[in-house]
Ligand binder design. Structure first.
Ligand SMILES: Cc1cc2nc3c(=O)[nH]c(=O)nc-3n(C[C@H](O)[C@H](O)[C@H](O)COP(=O)(O)OP(=O)(O)OC[C@H]3O[C@@H](n4cnc5c(N)ncnc54)[C@H](O)[C@@H]3O)c2cc1C
Length: 438
């Protein structure tokens, strides 16, 4: 990349980045997709610039365990600068991208602008409340470690408030949680909360032992884990019901005021917490033409993750939607798709910069897993569909191996072993106030 202003550290308008003759690839977002691409391009003849609004990568599949006091937040995050210690070709800049000018090939961030030769948008997704302002204001999303800590604090604060109330109805409301969305995140959250209620609550809050606090899961479609085969959805329903979770299917949550959840069948549930896992949309910044953005705010890309009309702008992971014959509605928004797209695009970028041929993206579906609680999980792997203890062991092993960093793996492994032996949860502390509803 050659540009007059790009190495001027005293110019406020541009981010300070050394000049180079190598092609500059600017990657926005260091999640599963962005990081997979960067790892593949480690020490290759390109200048990589990662821009992320946070200074760390987050392992989102275990957020629910942070939210339910199962593991420490530190064990599912990893700082970018530590990951890149042995990289010779990457610069990290913590900044939020605000817009792109594709004609000038320039990104605008909250700390200045930067020029690129190739731009990779890997900004993931965010919670979609489908325009319901009340739910957005009073409900809790689960898309980051900060969200998980908000949920943890809110749930624990509610229990502290339940203890000091003399009104049985108030106690019940304070302890009740409604989870909206019966996908993997909702199901895993419901299972963890049911275990918390059954094993931790009587020990930590003996005064609340006889209060009828409830965990509800409300799903608009007729089944839980909609992407899974019928048999595994039914098994999940059985597990949750046996654990005391009230599963409400074929029902839509219409409104929430912080105390009452209104369902579309005129039923009202009293609950001081509503956790929304029912929808996501692409996390976008300005400057991308509307004609390449779908209704879910995802960027429409071709088989090589290119945005229509541009040779040098790409989108990967949750923010991208690629329609193929096998996936006419796009690939599932899961980590494996993001990782595989990141790797394929890395290979293609090297091919482009060496005037070689690029390859289309082909998704290799390795299957899906969800855990519902201790010794309870469901697995659909190739033609194998199974549930129970072995599915749970497999889920635990795959998740542990996917965590970045030996320290994090050890921390999580130790937490899981302790909680396997005792059903106890490790991290029941309120470290931030989260009571703006009251
Ligand atoms: C609670 C939960 C549970 C999940 N469980 C599973 C599971 O069990 N299995 C599975 O396969 N998938 C699971 N997923 C989905 C999986 O996490 C996503 O598919 C995956 O994270 C997508 O990767 P990504 O790189 O596209 O985005 P992300 O991993 O979300 O990364 C996006 C990055 O972009 C950064 N960013 C966003 N906007 C900007 C901006 N404007 N400027 C700068 N930086 C920006 C963010 O800080 C973030 O680091 C789960 C997701 C959630 C939320």
């Amino acid at each position: 990349m050659s540009g007059d202003t790009q190495n001027n550290c005293f110019n406020n308008e541009f981010i300070c980045v050394p000049e180079t003759d190598l092609p500059r690839i600017v990657v926005v977002g260091g999640g599963f997709a962005g990081l997979a691409l960067i790892k593949r391009l480690k020490n290759k003849p390109v200048q990589l610039v990662l821009i992320d609004k946070g200074n760390h990568n987050q392992f989102l599949p275990l957020l629910y365990q942070v939210a339910t006091s199962g593991i420490e937040p530190d064990s599912i995050v990893f700082p970018f600068r530590k990951i890149f210690r042995n990289y010779k070709n990457i610069l990290f800049r913590m900044a939020e991208v605000k817009s792109v000018n594709v004609n000038l090939k320039q990104l605008v961030t909250d700390i200045g602008s930067i020029d690129y030769d190739y731009l990779v948008i890997a900004t993931g997704s965010m919670t979609n409340f489908f325009g319901n302002k009340n739910i957005e204001m009073k409900g809790l999303g689960l898309k980051s470690v900060a969200d998980a800590l908000d949920i943890r604090s809110h749930l624990l604060q509610n229990l502290e408030k339940a203890v000091i109330s003399c009104d049985e109805k108030e106690k019940e409301k304070r302890g009740s949680v409604v989870i909206v969305g019966g996908g993997p995140a909702g199901v895993e959250m419901a299972g963890a909360l049911a275990e918390f209620k059954r094993y931790v609550l009587p020990e930590d809050y003996p005064e609340l032992k006889n209060t009828s606090m409830k965990v509800y899961i409300v799903e608009a479609s007729g089944k839980l884990l909609g992407e899974m085969p019928e048999k595994l959805s039914a098994r999940t329903l059985g597990y949750l019901t046996n654990m005391g979770v009230e599963v409400i299917l074929g029902t839509v949550v219409e409104d929430y005021n912080g105390d009452e959840v209104k369902l579309n069948n005129s039923v009202t549930i009293n609950a001081s917490a509503l956790i929304w896992t029912a929808g996501i949309k692409g996390s976008l910044f300005l400057g991308i033409e509307n004609k390449v953005i779908n209704k879910q705010k995802r960027i429409i890309v071709d088989r090589r993750n290119r945005i229509a009309g541009f040779e040098d702008v790409f989108a990967i992971g949750d923010v991208a939607i690629m329609k193929t014959r096998e996936y006419p509605n796009g690939h599932p928004m899961v980590a494996q798709v993001a990782i595989q797209q990141g790797r394929n695009l890395a290979d293609n970028l090297l091919a482009i910069t060496n005037s070689k041929t690029c390859n289309d993206f082909v998704y290799k579906d390795k299957g899906s897993l969800a855990t519902i609680g201790k010794k309870k999980a469901v697995a659909s792997i190739y033609k194998l569909k199974f549930s129970g203890f072995f599915a749970w062991i497999l889920w635990s092993f795959i998740h542990l191996m996917s965590i970045i960093g030996v320290r994090n793996r050890l921390l999580i492994g130790l937490n899981w072993i302790l909680s396997y032996l005792s059903y106890d949860k490790g991290d029941r502390v309120i470290i931030r106030k989260f009571n703006y509803f009251d």
